[in-house]
Design a protein around this ligand. Structure first.
Ligand code: NDP
Length: 492
């Protein structure tokens, strides 16, 4: 069995306690590796190593242009090893190789983009309202940043945080999910190979409360970038409040995917499938509530059932597979429980509705693609994030009704709108309470465009230029060229 140590200060190390935990392959349901089970002492060691790298040694003396070059170099190395890293991800999280390889081939773009941005972080010369005084601003790094990630897209989520953090001159500690720790430990080797000094990028592994919480609370840590559930996000936010640390939270969603009568229905059916069955519904931006206009409801549902019902399930490593297993045992059980909840609440089961026992699914944690119609927006299946392949279909009467239903959840991560009418597209985009609105597409992301949540879906944004400011603090510098200092008892 493989054994994975942590990477702290440029060294591979076991947990101070000597403890390990097991990681399973969701397709076989079998343990395939052991990972160091970090705790408070390991969190402190990582924070100290990252702080040392931030304050001494080569990292703080590099020019922004040199930092940018290092980021681009690691981008090249990830591009070269994309297939190997994708295989690591699939073994640990069971998502489709076609999806993970696509992510790994795309990840270098974040390093190229933020590497390019590193030496374009400019301050301003401020025309100050006081004669003889010169004022300018500097954007400076924060220090040690902690990146805590979920299990669904481990390296993509880590990259969204660490590429801008490093471009800004910070040092980082990655704490991957206990379910998918191994890919981060392979990925970090490429930073060493690219020439990042020891301690600039560290990985600690273990359980959130055991090693994640002490990391957040460590006095040398200045920023926490977190992806996970709302419940954990609230705990992380409270822990970060002590010590007044910067925080960004990418949390869950219950996103509406709204199909109007004038939509291109062929595309909208594919968009509905992409919204909920891609990645077996295990995406924060899952379009888990499908809102259908009364006039197309039945026809649309028939087409959807036909397409979803013929999706190929099986080995996620097979490039032809369309739906893979659920990543974790608890998530598998939770998904099955929600099927029972929806039935008990009176939703009508139209497809799936349980474990998948088809040939090719083996002992893996597979759930059939499941569709409920007749869902009322007040039902738990429409209000609570499942994070599995379960779609709730909800009827609406008109545009006002669609907006009311769409916004009637605590979440606000994303929304989809399918229409050919430009006025409707613009109105919906304006009135939907979501950090991302897609019109006539779904599940599109880019390193250039901000993404994040309204309401309980999070705080802060990832991607795009402006979010680099989340990893910087502004200093205002005042230089007085006047020959004499005026009265010391009045505000200057
Ligand atoms: P969790 O909230 O369970 O865990 C997320 C991470 O936080 C894990 O690394 C976990 O560690 C860690 N963690 C948990 N509790 C604490 C704590 N008290 N202190 C520090 N760290 C802690 O989420 P899941 O991993 O189950 O991921 C699924 C969730 O992530 C969904 O809600 C999904 O919507 C959301 N998500 C949001 C995205 C976005 O961009 N908005 C993208 C992807 C997912 P461990 O598991 O090892 O205990």
């Amino acid at each position: 069995m493989d054994r994975y140590k942590m990477y702290i200060g440029g060294e591979w190390c076991e947990a101070a306690s000597g403890a390990w935990f097991e990681t399973e392959n969701p397709f076989t349901g079998k343990v395939w590796a052991e990972v160091a089970r970090g705790g408070e002492a390991d969190a402190a060691r990582a924070a100290e190593a990252a702080h040392k790298a931030f304050t001494t040694g080569p990292w703080p003396t590099l020019t922004a242009t040199q930092r940018g070059a290092l980021l681009r170099r690691v981008g090249d190395l990830i591009a070269e090893r994309a297939e190997f890293l994708a295989d690591c991800e699939v073994r640990d999280n069971g998502k489709l190789k076609v999806e993970m390889l696509g992510q790994l081939r795309y990840i270098p773009q974040w390093f190229y983009y933020y590497g390019g941005l590193a030496d374009k972080i400019e301050g301003a010369v401020i025309p100050i309202d006081k004669p003889g005084v010169f004022n300018y601003t500097l954007h400076e790094p924060l220090g040690v940043c902690v990146a805590i990630t979920a299990w669904n897209s481990p390296l993509l989520l880590a990259t969204w945080k660490i590429a801008p953090a490093l471009a800004a001159g910070n040092t980082v500690i990655i704490k991957p999910s206990e379910f998918t720790s191994t890919s981060a430990l392979e990925y970090v080797k490429l930073f060493e190979e690219a020439g990042f000094p020891p301690g600039v990028v560290n990985v600690v592994t273990g359980y959130g409360p055991e090693v994640g919480q002490p990391l957040i609370e460590h006095p040398l840590v200045r920023k926490i970038a977190f992806t996970g559930s709302v419940a954990s996000g609230e705990r992380v936010n409270m822990a970060a409040a002590k010590g007044l640390k910067r925080i960004s939270l990418e949390l869950g969603g219950k996103s509406p995917n709204i199909v109007f009568a004038d939509a291109n229905l062929d595309n909208a059916v594919k968009g509905a499938i992409a919204g909920i069955f891609a990645a077996s519904g295990q995406t924060c931006i899952a379009g888990s509530r499908l809102l259908l206009h009364d006039s197309i409801h039945d026809e649309f549902l028939d087409r959807l059932l036909a397409m979803a019902g013929s999706a190929k399930m099986g080995d996620p490593m097979d490039m032809g597979t369309e739906i893979g297993p659920i990543t974790t045992r608890p998530q598998y059980q939770k998904t099955l429980d929600y099927i029972d909840i929806a039935r008990a609440d009176g939703a009508t089961l139209r497809l799936g509705g349980g474990k998948a026992t088809r040939a090719g699914c083996g002992d893996g944690w597979f759930v059939e693609p499941t569709i409920f119609s007749g869902v009322e927006n007040g039902m738990r299946i429409a209000q609570e994030e499942v994070f599995g392949p379960i779609l709730s279909v909800i009827r609406f009467k008109d545009d006002e009704d669609a907006i009311r239903i769409a916004n009637d959840v605590v979440y606000g991560l994303a929304a989809g709108v399918w229409t050919q009418d430009i006025t409707r597209a613009l109105t919906m985009t304006k009135r939907l309470q979501a950090g991302t609105v897609w019109v006539n597409t779904y599940r599109a992301v880019s390193f250039t465009s901000p993404m994040g949540g309204y309401k309980s879906s999070g705080i802060g944004r990832v991607n795009g230029q402006e979010m680099i400011l989340d990893y910087l603090q502004t200093k205002s510098a005042w230089i007085d060229t006047n020959p004499t200092f005026p009265s010391p008892f009045a505000l200057r």
